[in-house]
Design a binder for this molecule. Structure first.
Ligand code: HEM
Length: 138
């Protein structure tokens, strides 16, 4: 009897509906996780083709080198690079956290929450410094 009462008192977590996504309060580790997937996809789908295209433009001829310089010097080009910089920084920092978690380092609830917040903070700080460099602040 006591077992049944305990089972009834336990909270139940079900899949949420599409209209509940916006109001769903994701914990920091959940935010890091979804951003890790998004950043991995961005690096693969946008980062590899864009880097190879820039490499080709920079090497093919003097004229293509000028086009490479125009692309990386333009605001849209820099914004694409900034997205890729954020994606790489987040993916690398979160990836190191996952490798540590895989080694059972910091798997306790509080430690995992702290490391997730650290990933988000380090990513924002590093991306901000690299953005300032990209836009010529120093
Ligand atoms: C310092 C560099 C990197 C580190 C430390 C890293 C680490 C990781 C780790 C640990 C995972 C597995 C995450 C899991 O267990 O779910 C992963 C997944 C993945 N990585 Fe990386 N990675 C790096 C660079 C890259 C780069 C350069 C790309 C693409 C060009 C990439 C694309 C992906 C993709 C697509 C996944 C699968 C994502 C998913 O299933 O959610 N990674 N990475």
């Amino acid at each position: 009897m006591a077992d049944i009462a305990a089972q009834k008192a336990r909270p139940q977590y079900r899949n949420i509906g599409v209209n509940q996504i916006v109001s769903y309060r994701l914990p920091p580790a959940g935010i890091v996780s979804i951003l890790h997937r998004i950043s991995g996809a961005l690096l693969f789908l946008l980062g590899i083709p864009f880097s190879l295209y820039l490499l080709q433009e920079s090497l093919t001829s003097e004229i293509s080198f000028q086009s490479y310089r125009a692309i990386v010097g333009s605001i849209p080009g820099k914004l694409v690079l900034l997205v890729l910089i954020w994606a790489f920084v987040h993916h690398a920092v979160a990836g190191i956290r996952y490798l540590l978690l895989d080694r059972h380092v910091g798997i306790q609830k509080e430690a995992s929450r702290t490391s997730a917040l650290a990933v988000l903070g380090i990513t924002v700080a590093l991306t901000a410094v690299l953005a300032l460099k990209l836009f010529g602040a120093f």
